[in-house]
Design a binder for this molecule. Structure first.
Ligand code: GLU
Length: 198
């Protein structure tokens, strides 16, 4: 189980997320990634290896937005690779998810979703969550996530952003920590306290 950090407010999200993820580095990880919402569109950047590698990528190809989520991964299902790094996307790329923990019934869910036509690009347990949310879209992101999670067994802390509802981060946890920090006109999420202290 590794790190999650997210920002929503009126400033650029990426600097907060990178700083937050760095504070979670002590937990160990094999890859790192971020996603932002900018003018209603999702942008993703991720890589295997260190957060400094992700920073280099972001310098070459910046992504911006004042809503964003980031992740450091410690692989449990699927080897460390670009495709297995978080954030994970649904078929349309309009829903992205970062997740800490393990989805125990992911194989069964993956089979059911594949039968319905969902296309998987990673070997992770996490990716089923993005497709399950897509399958349960009902016009309200929070309720779509909640319907999706009713079918999930295991432990999770997760954060979801979506082009369907751009001004929002939906978060959920079950058996894994996730903390919300409320600021003035901005909020933060983190899987551990040290990243929120500053
Ligand atoms: N089970 C997920 C994966 O293997 C999340 C791992 C984590 O908590 O970092 O991608």
């Amino acid at each position: 189980m590794c790190g999650i950090f997210g920002y929503i407010g009126n400033k650029e999200a990426i600097p907060f997320i990178i700083e937050g993820l760095k504070k979670l580095e002590y937990r160990g990880y094999d890859s790192a990634g971020v996603a932002t919402l900018n003018k209603g569109k999702i942008f993703v950047s991720k890589c295997v290896g260190k957060i400094s590698g992700l920073e280099d990528m972001l310098k070459q190809k910046p992504i911006s937005g004042s809503v964003g989520i980031g992740h450091t991964r410690w692989a449990t299902h699927g080897r460390p690779s670009h495709l297995n790094s978080h954030p994970h996307e649904d078929c349309t790329g309009k829903i992205v998810v970062v997740h800490n923990g393990i989805i125990e019934n992911y194989l069964e869910l993956r089979r059911k979703l594949a039968d319905k036509g969902h296309k998987f690009t990673s070997a992770t347990d996490t990716e089923v969550i993005a497709h399950l949310i897509e399958e349960n879209l009902d016009g309200n992101l929070l309720s779509s996530v909640s319907k999706a999670l009713k079918q999930v067994k295991g432990s999770y802390a997760l954060a979801v952003i979506s082009e369907h509802e751009p001004g929002k981060i939906v978060i959920a946890r079950h058996g894994s920590p996730l903390i919300v920090g409320f600021g003035e006109k901005e909020s933060f999420i983190s899987s551990d306290i040290p990243a929120l202290l500053k």
